[in-house]
Design a protein around this ligand. Structure first.
Ligand code: TLP
Length: 345
């Protein structure tokens, strides 16, 4: 990658090893359930997450939607964060396609939903109310800054779900970042969840795809829902081959991205007109102050002239999100900092 694109880790491109594996992938028709590379990815993911089965899906959005549609009937309700990706950035799919109502509770600055808020949102048995079916959390929590949620917190939410007969889904788009930050295997963060979606195409660098994991029965049904959504893929082993490298190799190096994020945050804090708001895992948020030498659009243009792409967070003109990934090396972080010093100095 020639430009330094800090908008998201979704822009990360496949590594040379991935391209090689894709070229050599053994494939079959996965709608016939005959693609050995997809099988391997699904089985390896399930094993790593401590679940019985996995399903290769096209995206994180599709994985979350399939999970919700599989767990919940029409007219039921799920409890989710008011800043959760499922609520804010999935185009209302759970409602338009599944007839599912989101019951939102506030996401706290530390990325959690208050346990009391979750309990209070669970509907009682009253014919006027929709029925609560599921609780979902997001780990890492993106909108508040890529904050990792702990094993202890996750287990507490799981306990609430279990004691009320509810399903528990984790949007683990970046759960390997959470695992790296918490210093635990990913299975510890997912042990008590009924289902988890995680993305191969963000920090793990695969070009396409996510995996949904859960029980054998759940995945069997989820496979049908994926078909309904037009998500059955044919020789998907070409994509799964890259995913396998993401799962086994790239998942083990995310602490490097976290260190680079810390380096970026530290450097940004010394630049005039820049206020660092937070740094967690591979996310850095900063504020371009009113007294900065350039206004947002001019700043973005000046950076783009140096082949560096930065964008404010949707709906926040001066709040920028930088997301670190494999292609943003330490040297590139230094280039970003030096360029910003020149542009804003
Ligand atoms: N997030 C994207 C944008 O959609 C905001 C990003 O650049 O961060 N869950 C979480 C927590 C996510 O951050 C995302 C993508 C998804 C699910 C959806 O994944 P995709 O893009 O594969 O559908």
């Amino acid at each position: 990658m020639h430009t330094i694109d800090l908008r998201s880790d979704t822009v990360s491109e496949p590594t040379p090893a991935m391209r090689q594996a894709m070229a050599n992938a053994v494939v079959g028709d996965d709608v016939y359930d005959e693609d050995p590379t997809v099988h391997q990815l699904q089985n390896d993911a399930a094993a790593m997450f401590g679940k019985e089965a996995g399903l290769f899906v096209t995206s994180g959005t599709q994985g979350n939607l399939i999970a919700l549609l599989t767990h919940c009937e029409r007219g039921t309700e799920i409890i989710t964060g008011d800043k959760a990706h499922t609520f804010m950035y999935e185009a209302g799919g759970m409602s338009s396609l599944g007839g599912i109502m989101p019951h939102i509770v506030p996401v706290q600055e530390d990325g959690t939903l208050r346990l009391d808020d979750i309990k209070a949102a669970i509907r009682g048995n009253n014919e006027h109310f929709p029925r609560t079916r599921l609780i979902t959390i997001e780990n890492t929590q993106g909108t508040v800054g890529g904050v990792p949620l702990s094993v202890d917190y996750t287990n507490r939410v799981a306990e609430i779900a279990k004691s009320h007969g509810l399903k528990f889904h984790i949007d683990g788009a970046r759960i390997f970042n959470a695992a790296a930050a918490c210093g635990v295997p990913v299975s510890e963060l997912t042990e008590n969840a009924d289902s988890v979606t995680f993305c191969l195409s963000k920090g793990l660098c695969a070009p396409v795809g996510s995996v949904l994991v859960g029980s054998r029965d759940f995945i069997k049904e989820a496979r049908r829902v994926r078909k309904v959504l037009g998500g059955g893929m044919r020789q998907a082993g070409v994509l799964a081959a890259a995913g396998l490298i993401g799962l086994h190799e790239m998942s083990q190096r995310l602490h490097e991205d976290h260190a680079n994020a810390a380096l970026l945050a530290e450097g940004l804090s010394e630049i005039p007109g820049v206020q660092v708001l937070s740094q967690h895992t591979n996310f850095v948020f900063f504020w371009l102050e009113d007294n900065a030498k350039l206004a947002p659009k001019a700043f973005e243009k000046a950076m783009a002239d140096h082949h560096i792409i930065m964008r404010p967070y949707p709906g926040h003109e001066r709040k920028y999100r930088c997301v670190l990934h494999y292609w943003i090396t330490r040297e590139r972080v230094e280039i970003v900092l030096n360029t910003m010093k020149t542009v804003l100095g």
